[in-house]
Structures are given as C-alpha cells and as structure tokens.
Design a protein around this ligand. Structure first.
Ligand code: ZN
Length: 177
C-alpha cells in the first residue's frame, strides 16, 4: 500500500468538495480546484515528489481561509504536520484586507521553509491567473499593484527552492502592466 498515493487522493477529494461552489476571480471563472491543483503540482515538481505532505498541504491550503474549515478538522483528517502547514499560510480573516496583505509581507521571512515554498507556489499560480484570465473589473494599475505586492511577499520567502523561485520569476516577467 502506498500511503502517499492515498494521501494525495484524499486531500484532492477533500479540497474539491470543500471548494465545490468557489470559482477563481478571472473572466474564465475556472473552478477553484484548478488553482489548488496547480499549486500542488508546482510543489510536487519542485521537490521531485519527495514531500507528499507538502503537496497535500498545497491542495488544502485555502480550506481554512476560504471555506471556514477548522484546524482541528484538518488535524483529524490529515495529521498535525499538514494542518500546521495550512494554518501557517492562512490569513487572519478578522483583520482588514489591507492589514492582512501587509502582514503577509512582514511575516513571510519568519515562516518555515515549507510554508515559504507553499507561498511561492500560491503566488505563482495567482500571477499566472492574472495574466491568463484576469478579473474583468481589474484595471492595469490594480494588476500592477497585485504583482508588486506578490513580489514583496515572495522576496521574504526566497532561499528555499530554486525551481519555485524561477517559476515565480517567469510568471512575474509575464506581467508587463
Ligand atoms: Zn491559494
């Protein structure tokens, strides 16, 4: 029995169910699970498939923040390591959006290496989405501001994985707004 295969399949199933009604913000309104799959794939490729828990956390990384899943539920279903990773990349939703964004920049360098990897993969996926399927109401300036902010968050995450950083930099270069 391959535990990693079971883990990834159950994390994907859990995430797909929790995010079932959520769509990405872009004009294509892609199912949200596409974002989760992209983040998981970036993490799997960047680590040569060596860290199944990190890939599972990639699939689950927005369940607390966007779907109100409780940390304890993740602990019970997937164990503390994965639940801790998800919690580490979860914003405090009781705060204003601007404050949450500011704290992401401030906290990034103090996160664990694996949480920083997850952050880079997340931001890479988001930048790609803004290039390929931007939200209809976003001005060029708003896109520029998102790119600049994502760049500041990732600046605090660097030094953990060359491939992830290269993927982020490639996505960043696409955004000539
Ligand atoms: Zn995300």
């Amino acid at each position: 029995m391959n535990e990693d295969t079971l883990l990834i399949a159950s994390a994907l199933d859990f995430a797909a169910r929790k995010h079932v009604h959520q769509r990405r913000k872009g004009v294509d309104k892609e199912p949200y699970v596409n974002h989760l799959a992209e983040v998981a794939r970036l993490l799997a490729e960047a680590t040569d498939g060596a860290d199944a828990n990190l890939v599972a956390a990639g699939l689950l990384h927005d369940t607390i923040e966007d779907q109100g899943v409780r940390y304890e539920e993740l602990v019970e279903a997937f164990g503390r390591d994965i639940a801790d990773l998800v919690r580490e990349v979860t914003d405090d939703k009781t705060l204003e959006k601007a404050e949450r964004k500011r704290l992401q920049v401030e906290h990034a360098p103090h996160k664990s290496e694996r949480a920083r990897m997850l952050k880079i993969a997340d931001k890479t996926s988001n930048l790609r989405a803004i290039c390929n399927s931007p939200p209809a109401e976003w001005s060029e300036q708003r896109k520029r501001e998102y790119f600049d902010w994502a760049g500041r968050v990732v600046a605090g995450c660097r030094g953990v994985n060359d491939r992830l950083e290269a993927a982020f930099d490639a996505a960043w270069k696409q955004g000539a707004f």
